[in-house]
Design a protein around this ligand. Sequence first.
Ligand SMILES: *Cc1c(COP(=O)(O)O)cnc(C)c1O
Length: 365
Amino acid sequence: MPPKTEYKNLIRPDIADMAPYTPIVPFDVLSQRLGIPAGDIIKLDANENPYGPSARVYQALANETYYHIYPDPDSSSLRQALSQYIGVDATHIVAGHGADELIDLVIRLFVAHSDVVVNCPPTFGMYRFDTELNGGKIIDLERKEDFSLDTESVVDLATNNKNIKLIFISSPNNPDGGILDDTCLRHLLQLPLIVVLDEAYIEFSGGSRANWVLEHENLIVLRTFSKWAGLAGLRVGYGIFPHWILSHLLKIKQPYNVNVAGATAALASLSDVSQLQENVRKIVAERGRLYAALQAFDFLEPYPSEANFILSRVIGKDAAVLKTTLAERGILIRYFDTPRLQNHVRVSVGTPTQTSVLLEALSTL
Ligand SMILES: *Cc1c(COP(=O)(O)O)cnc(C)c1O
């Protein structure tokens, strides 16, 4: 028997060196800790949909009879319905266990050891996480003061670094809610790399570029049911791919990546689009109200957003204290303290009642 300590050396060294993941506190644990019933907690920290899923989702899940059978590896019915929804042929679509799974799959497909992925922070954290996990290298090109992309730096880098494979752009961008404009995207598409456009929040802004995939062999567009359709807990996302990429992607996808419940719920959602769009309209209207109301506080400087959240700089107060004080009252918001987002908070757009409770709490600070 070797001494126990040697087993430790069997772990991949890069993972052994990784900082541990800080898990978010589960909803029920938080509710117990705060002594506030889960239903009364105002959760504005993860851009979830306050209206939840379509009523048809509950019905469809209750009526589904094939939970004991493995799901369709091709997600055929879902992809067919998605094709109607986005107006792109189903042969361009791959469904995934959330858009998060597709981010990981795309990186696995293109990035081998020491290949480079361009990241444009502040942005969604999974691009960095999955790149590093898969042995790739991240190069950060910080966004400009107004959070728009520094296109010139991207062009510079892409023309000078031969190891670059991918660039990830979220539009609307999480956490600021800004859009990547057409001109800028066209520029990027001329570079010798694959552009992954993450449209997780596109239903709140409009102007999807999903059909650009038909004309650009280096564009991938990622979408999800988590935000607009209220299915974050069921994990269903999808991507729109040029055929040449899709054929390779299918080789590395886990066969049962979308489970029966997820596919059933997504299909039921697509049968109830006008109702879900009504919820989206409510959220967009509420975003306007929330923005104006946040602006009225002299310690907050909100940025205009095309998504279902608003980023604000906190002035003359400690954003960490603000977050904690709100949390004690059962209002959860996201707080950032990276160099670029020092003393910033991000608030998801909730229902009108949730906004009122938040504003009331802010006015007593
Ligand atoms: C929430 C979010 C996702 C995750 O989508 P899932 O389908 O829930 O995995 C992807 N991209 C961005 C930018 C997000 O904010």
